[in-house]
Design a protein around this ligand. Sequence first.
Ligand code: IMP
Length: 404
Amino acid sequence: MQNLAIIGLQWGDEGKGKIIDYLADRFDAVVRYNGGSNAGHTVVTKSGKYTFHLIPSGALKGKKLLIGAGVTVDPIILNDEIELIKRHGINADVLIDGRCTLVTPFDKELDISIEEMRGGRMLGTTRRGIGPSYAMRALRLAPRAIDTIHEFDYDSMLRFYERILGKKVRLEDWLRIARSVFKDRLCDASSQIYEINERGGSVLFEGSQGTLLDILYGSYPYVTSSHTLSSYIATSLGLPGKYIGKVMGVVKCYTTRVGGGPFPTEIGDGIADSIRKIGNEYGATTGRPRRIGWLDLVALRYAIRVNGVDEIILSKLDVLAKIKDFKICTAYELDGEEIRDFYKVLGAMDNVVPLYDNFSIDEIEIGNGISGKVKDLIDFIEKELDVNVSIISYGEERERTIEL
Ligand code: IMP
């Protein structure tokens, strides 16, 4: 069986957690490969609602869980998360690549003070220390998970923090928790995946954030600090590109973003409030209200290309069914020119005028299949994006999913 990558094609919060949980049964392991505890992947089951920040969303299905080298790991949050789900009777079989960079409490302090320095141009980060941690890795000052167990030059890192933060810093308590959470949980994720594939098994790669938040290919500088594209799976996990397998892109049938930055299809009136309320569009990590906009096919064509998307999963159709009339952006207009290529507006996203088509759809009932209007909407999206929609999701619960 083939490996499968689930990638967010917008600005994150596409509903990937539910889809990972839904598909996890078919795989031997679920693997996180990017970001860190800035992610918030929500899974709803009959026994309750779970939001995972670091542990892969296959946890509830009892799958092997791997955290790859390209993820930045906050040992305190990981420890809390493992303990929390243990209290719910779930023993997460999670292994962490020894090469994962770690988030220290001082990365969080830096995250907050760098945001303050930006003033009115704040990125609106999750304040989880993710950017500073990746920066500390680039400076070769940050410890990796394996360095909490073996020798490491903590002195240089501490001197750096002390100079930047202007105060004495200590890491003993943090290190004690880090050592205990990593003890018996470190692995070489690359060889784990090779072994699973060698014996004929397959793995599910769980993307975090979304394509437009990629540090190179997203709406820089209003992006996260890691890569969100399918190609990062190979680098993060030490795998040749051919091991990525199939790429499925998750698309919410409208758009949201948290934090600052350009948003061409943002809705400026009360409809945004209705969608936010119906769709419960509040950050799973920070609780912030998400900004709301219409589906943007210009951005999606780009996201499909840079990820090599094979199939689309269309999520949250129940939300638009409750909105009488909604729009979809098919192209932008800039200086009198019609634009379909996202790259062309990278430097002028605040100035584009979205061009819209109008739609309405009916509610989807469990067990009743999809109606004509929903089918027309799917056909339109498939034609515009030149990719098939293979799964639709119309509610938080697992059973509100249809494979087409
Ligand atoms: P950071 O990743 O915390 O540095 O935040 C940088 C930007 O990415 C901010 O706009 C965040 O709101 C956004 N971001 C980070 N993680 C997520 C996520 O999981 N979903 C949606 N937006 C995110």
